[in-house]
Design a protein around this ligand. Structure first.
Ligand code: SF4
Length: 77
């Protein structure tokens, strides 16, 4: 891959199911309100992070290319 990504979690959508922690151990943590947060919002592209975004039941994880802001997940329609 080689791209740099920006990862964020939409806290208004996150339901604290913790699937993202399962898909990407070390990529996310649940805060005291049981909402997920990325541990490193700016990071190298990672299959695990993409799997976490794809596996989130409410599509709360948004990944964009750090440089251009282009959507990685969810993909542009
Ligand atoms: S998988 Fe989605 S809903 Fe579940 S904790 Fe992670 S971001 Fe929140």
């Amino acid at each position: 891959m080689g791209d740099r990504w920006h990862v964020r979690v939409d806290r208004s959508l996150c339901v604290g199911s913790a699937q993202c922690l399962h898909h990407a151990p070390g990529g996310f943590r649940l805060d005291s309100a049981r909402r997920s947060r990325p541990l490193a919002p700016d990071t190298d592209a990672s299959e695990q992070l993409l799997a976490a975004a794809e596996g989130c039941p409410v599509e709360a994880i948004v990944i964009t290319l750090a440089e251009s802001g282009e959507a990685v997940f969810p993909p542009e329609e």
